[in-house]
Design a protein around this ligand. Structure first.
Ligand code: TRP
Length: 463
């Protein structure tokens, strides 16, 4: 491959922050507390961490080494490594397709975070409670997401923001933006957690997060933890494979993967530290609230808990939703880049044109996803609107299939020598656990992922 013509991330810290930027997103701050809350807290978290180590890390390292070895987009990468078995490139193509779908519905939720930041900035949430209506936040949420205009506008705004960063390229756009945003994000996160820990529900929140009740563990908890691990680490689509194609040869792949997984898990747990103390501070609020925890319960909680300190009741929700925007943006950038790199290199379209094209496609699909929650809700397939179809197909099926195939590819098909060379940077780095790593990659990871499917099938009572 023409390695020298291709852009590269300039610094090691840029590599880590851009990859961590992809991983850290709505998956950590919105989906993780929801899942942990619904699945019993600490016990779920323990299993989640095992999934990160045994399933997530091996797949992430595989994506990294496939991308860095070929310096090509996800589809071409598989094609180059398996010239005799062209079918493997479908793993990359499946990833690009999933990327388009995830990008479309993810942007809808990301658009909501922009709206919530604006509303918090205008102090609307604190005024809403004034009339004493109990579920005023739920009403607001429902009327907002089903509105045909506002969510669409915010979605368009969000996709254009993503476009703007990707259009500036790898180093000047993605790397520079991640270097600025990720530290800001960490800072905001810690400030918010600090305040959450001063609330009266802090002790109970901590107990929920850290004191496991093993009686809560059943097969569905284990399987939810696996799905969450995949989504949160951005693996299974070739997103990180694409990023790795911009890594220099000095980058230590296993260490980078370890740092990204550590940062991702850290952010998820700190998000739990923000949300659960807050939840337990409000009588009648349950951690099992579901996906509305962040959009319905949280404004309510901030308002009640900081009733005596209006400045905090105003500032904290604003910071929180702003944090969600930053986190989502560094993730949608990686989805955009996955698709852009593929189209640009496969169809030999200029990078600029490709960026516009990808933005255009996602805008159309994103608007349709957004409308499917409101005025378009009668258009369904199998009872699901477009938003739900995209969510369901990608998170539950395409992502684990991609991860499973990636693990099988690296573990069984790829020449072991290539794996060794990439992991040790041509033998210059030491890596003691290579055999263990290969064992996990060959057996444990594929088997674990296979169980996700059994769960999905079981959930629909097909057997
Ligand atoms: N991991 C991101 C999050 O937690 C979302 C994401 C970005 C993603 N790229 C991905 C998920 C690729 C799956 C595949 O919000």
């Amino acid at each position: 491959m023409k390695e020298n013509n291709r852009s590269k991330f300039a610094s090691k810290i840029g590599v880590i922050l851009a990859s961590a930027g992809s991983a850290v997103g709505l998956g950590n701050i919105w989906r993780f507390p929801t899942e942990a809350g619904e699945n019993g807290g600490a016990a779920f978290i323990l299993i989640y961490i095992c999934c990160i180590l045994l399933l997530g890390l091996p797949v992430m390292i595989s994506e990294f080494l496939i991308g860095r070895h070929t310096h090509a987009n996800a589809s071409t990468a598989f094609e180059q490594l398996a010239p005799k078995r062209k079918q493997w490139r479908w793993v990359g193509r499946l990833g690009v397709l999933s990327g388009i779908m995830i990008f479309s519905f993810y942007s809808v939720v990301a658009g909501w975070t922009v709206n919530y930041t604006v509303e918090a900035g205008l102090n609307r949430f604190n005024q809403m409670v004034g009339d004493g209506q109990e579920n005023v936040y739920a009403q607001y949420f429902n009327s907002f997401v089903t509105d045909p205009i506002m969510p669409t506008l915010y979605l368009v705004l969000f996709i254009l923001l993503t476009h703007f960063v990707v259009a500036r390229g790898i180093e000047k756009g993605i790397e520079r933006f991640s270097k600025l945003m990720m530290p800001t994000l960490f800072l905001l996160l810690l400030v918010l957690a600090g305040f959450a820990l001063t609330t009266q529900g802090a002790a109970e929140g901590l107990k929920f997060l850290f004191q496991p009740d093993f009686s809560k563990i059943d097969s569905s908890v284990i399987l939810s933890a696996m799905g969450q691990a995949f989504f949160s680490l951005s693996i299974g689509l070739g997103c990180l494979c694409t990023y790795a194609s911009y890594f220099r040869k000095e980058v230590n792949l296993t260490r980078t993967a370890g740092s990204v997984a550590l940062i991702d898990t850290f952010v998820a747990i700190v998000s739990g530290l923000i949300i659960f103390p807050a939840v337990f501070s409000v009588p009648g609020m349950e951690p099992t609230e579901g996906p509305s925890l962040v959009f319905v319960a949280l404004p309510n909680i901030f308002h009640i808990v900081f009733a005596d300190m209006p400045i905090l009741a105003y500032t904290l929700p604003f910071l929180f939703y702003f944090l969600l925007i930053l986190a989502s943006l560094t993730s949608t950038i990686s989805m955009h880049e996955l698709i852009t790199a593929y189209v640009h290199e496969t169809y030999h379209l200029s990078r600029k044109k490709t960026t516009y094209l990808v933005t255009g496609i996602v805008l159309v699909l994103g608007v349709l996803c957004s409308l499917s929650l409101g005025i378009g809700s009668e258009y369904t397939i199998g009872g699901l609107g477009l938003f739900d179809i995209f969510d369901y197909l990608t998170a539950k099926w395409m992502l684990p299939i991609g991860g499973l195939l990636t693990a099988l590819f690296t573990g069984w098909y790829l020449d072991r020598k290539i794996v060794w060379e990439e992991i040790t940077n041509q033998g210059t780095l030491r890596f003691y656990g290579f055999r263990v790593f290969m064992f996990i990659l060959k057996f444990i990871t594929p088997l674990g992922i296979f169980l996700i499917f059994l769960d999905q099938l079981g959930a629909f009572n097909w057997f």
